[in-house]
Design a protein around this ligand. Structure first.
Ligand code: SME
Length: 160
């Protein structure tokens, strides 16, 4: 049985510990839904000040909500729409300190104040996005961006 341990040390150290836990959690399983579900749960419970952690998958036309932790979410997001659709279309991580100042932000949970979205690509194929929301403004800094991008990479490795 997998057991998460408390994170300690500097933020980069904590993300390295979380990456080790994610590696152990995803090891030996290649199912993209199973691994997305378990990674969402791991991250949601390990990191402070989050109100939504989860995945949207690209169905060939738009993003469709996948496994997540948090309040029920918007089901479909067009490419180029919202923070998620922008990450998916541009292929670039979106780190938004104030979602209310992001012109096209899609409010699924009114409590969300800041957001980080990592686009997921298998080769040049868009798979979807890994999305994190926080009730705190500017919750995500450069260390979070690097740490969560590394976790997204572990996820892609696990299903690739
Ligand atoms: N805020 C996102 C929508 C997804 S939810 O945050 C779960 C966006 O603007 O794309």
């Amino acid at each position: 049985m997998f057991a998460a341990t408390t994170l300690s040390g500097t933020k980069p150290e904590q993300y390295r510990q979380l990456a080790d836990q994610a590696r152990a959690l995803l090891h030996g399983e290649r199912d993209r839904i199973a691994n997305a579900a378990n990674l969402s749960a791991l991250v949601y419970h390990a990191l402070p000040a989050l109100n939504w952690v989860g995945f949207y998958f690209y169905d060939g036309k738009e993003l469709v909500v996948g496994p997540f932790q948090g309040q029920p979410a918007c089901v479909r997001i067009a490419l180029g729409r919202g923070v998620c659709g922008t990450a998916a279309q541009s292929g670039k991580i979106q780190r938004v300190d104030d979602v209310n100042a992001f012109a096209d932000h899609i409010a699924c949970d009114a409590a969300s104040r800041s957001e980080l979205v990592v686009p997921l690509f298998l080769g040049d194929q868009l798979l979807g996005v890994f999305d994190l929301d926080s009730p705190e403004p500017a919750r995500f800094d450069a260390d979070d961006e690097a740490g969560l991008a590394a976790l997204a990479a572990l996820y892609l490795e696990s299903i690739g």
